[in-house]
Write a protein that binds this ligand. Structure first.
Ligand code: SF4
Ligand code: SF4
Ligand code: SF4
Length: 377
């Protein structure tokens, strides 16, 4: 056998120095489910869902933590592995208020149940991340049958005091991804594990609300949360993030150029995540503006018609009238005082394409380089 080779499900795969079994598998498009694992953060191997069978090992091995070693023979979906995963999923579903899977189901039941619940959209009890939840996906994938009915006792009060983020620890599976996202990715240290035993919980500053803590509302924890414990407040108001269309674009708020995935439903942006890629400059992270600052796009208060100041008042005008006036004024200023007497300021609230055209117009038509963008403030 070649150096640095492992066998996963019969495939001979070369691993890189220091790589875990999970990393080698994923690089080779072999799917191993995870819940607590967060890319670019230190593995904590708490959820155990990524366990695999390594030939010769007495117990299952957590693939997110175990380094690939020469000659290892691994099965990612053996009956023993699947049985263990089912137990983990059962335990997680039973640990909180996971009412979406509180019944015995087969594939047919699941579909009809889904439809029934979706019809009841808007009910207080309906989980806001229905259809967009990694635990629910796993319960479906492994057809976990449970008769566990979540009791009202396993409910926490939903924390709705914060801008942008709603916290509901009834659905927290204590995977720790949010803590890693806050501490290791954003380096904000606003949240941590607090209390112990049955009271174990994610807390912010002496168990305060996020708004009364060091949180800067970057939303990295929200993006990392695999279940409905952290949800955008919009999910409680208007939208279910099912059946959205994902569009990759560049954030226009500042000059960094973060890559983002915009989720669109009924021609409206309903959510923005850092692009699901390891590309620079942001490596999937976003700041508060990029992630949450999009309601202006569909705001009914947006100007849709030009306004011309007449007798001190802004008066609605036609596009022809407005464009003629601007052309006439710019031409007059240019011929009287030269092109460099004009400056153009563009905006983060228009598209990249509009910004591009504005700089083209400034340089090629007005003949000045006095063009800037609010992103450079
Ligand atoms: S968090 Fe996920 S598993 Fe729990 S109720 Fe919501 S959709 Fe279901
Ligand atoms: S929003 Fe950002 S700063 Fe606040 S807890 Fe989440 S990751 Fe930390
Ligand atoms: S809030 Fe979400 S990410 Fe944080 S520990 Fe709970 S389930 Fe995991």
């Amino acid at each position: 056998m070649d150096q640095d080779t492992i066998i996963i499900n019969g495939n001979h795969l070369v691993f890189r120095s220091g790589e875990t079994i999970l990393e080698t598998a994923r690089r080779n498009h072999i799917d191993i489910p995870t819940l607590c694992h967060l890319k670019n953060a230190i593995p904590t191997h708490t959820c155990k869902i990524c366990q695999v069978e390594v030939m010769g090992e007495p117990a299952l091995v957590e693939s997110c933590a175990a380094k690939a070693k020469q000659g290892m023979t691994i099965l990612t979906d053996s009956p023993k592995v699947i049985e263990a995963r089912k137990e983990v999923i059962k335990g997680l579903l039973a640990s909180g208020y996971h009412n979406c899977a509180a019944r015995e189901m087969d594939a047919k039941d699941w579909t009809s149940f889904q439809l029934t619940v979706l019809k009841n959209d808007g009910k207080e009890d309906l989980c806001p991340v229905w259809g967009d939840c990694e635990l629910q996906d796993l319960a479906y994938r492994y057809q976990v049958k449970t008769r566990h009915t979540p009791s009202k006792e396993c409910r926490y009060d939903t924390e709705r005091a914060n801008p942008f983020i709603i916290r509901d620890f009834s659905r927290c599976i204590l995977c720790g991804r949010c803590v890693k996202a806050c501490r290791e990715i954003q380096v904000n240290n606003a949240i941590e594990f607090g209390y112990a035993g049955d009271d174990l919980k994610i807390i912010a500053k002496n168990d305060a609300t996020l708004k009364d803590s060091d949180c800067v509302f970057c939303g990295e924890c929200l993006q990392a949360c695999p279940v409905g414990a952290l949800v955008p407040d919009k999910a409680f108001r208007d939208h279910r993030f099912k059946d959205t269309r994902k569009i990759r674009t560049t954030c226009s708020f500042c000059g960094v150029g973060c890559q983002m995935d915009v989720f669109v439903q009924d021609n409206k942006i309903v959510k923005i995540d850092g692009a699901d890629t390891d590309l620079p400059p942001n490596h999937a992270s976003l700041c508060v503006k990029g992630r949450f600052g999009y309601e202006f796009v569909a705001s009914p208060e947006r100007l849709t018609r030009p306004l011309i100041k007449k007798d001190g008042k802004q008066v609605e005008a036609s596009w022809e009238e407005a464009l003629d006036l601007v052309a006439q004024k710019l031409s007059a200023i240019k011929s009287e005082s030269g092109p460099d007497s004009i400056g153009v300021m563009t905006s983060a609230r228009i598209t990249n394409e509009d910004n591009y055209i504005a700089q083209k117009f400034t340089r090629a038509v007005l003949k000045t380089n006095n063009i800037d963008h609010c992103a450079r403030l």
